[in-house]
Unconditional design. Structure first.
Length: 128
């Protein structure tokens, strides 16, 4: 029994799970929206909210803590620049999980994990 054990194992070893969450958080901040399974989205949401809280703090130590988790310097600079400004007045609840049904191959529950400030208009303007 896993009494008082937090977090989902997601059928992976610890190192694989940590690497996967790091990559997914990096992708979330880079693209502001990712499509994944529901359990993975719920785990990534926890870490992403903590990273945004670090960015809101904004000091050097917070930036170094973010760099120790997120491996891309470009994504960290975006986090401490654009994303920090978007959520400056917001107290938590920075991400949204939208259920999208099941995956065709294995019937896994799928979801879209996105930042609350995400909108299709911003993506279309930046692509043009």
């Amino acid at each position: 029994m896993r009494h008082k054990k937090t977090g989902r194992r997601l059928g992976r070893t610890t190192s694989h799970r940590e690497a996967m969450v790091r990559n997914m958080v990096t992708s979330l901040f880079e693209h502001e929206r990712i499509v994944t399974t529901t359990p993975k989205a719920k785990e990534v949401r926890k870490v992403a909210d903590k990273m945004i809280t670090l960015a809101k703090r904004g000091d050097l130590h917070a930036k170094r803590q973010a760099l120790s988790f997120i491996r891309s310097r470009d994504v960290v600079s975006k986090l401490f620049g654009e994303i920090q400004e978007q959520f400056a007045e917001r107290n938590g609840g920075y991400t949204r999980i939208i259920q999208t049904g099941t995956r065709r191959g294995d019937c896994a529950p799928m979801a879209i994990l996105e930042l609350v400030s995400y909108s299709e208009d911003l993506v279309e303007e930046s692509d043009s």
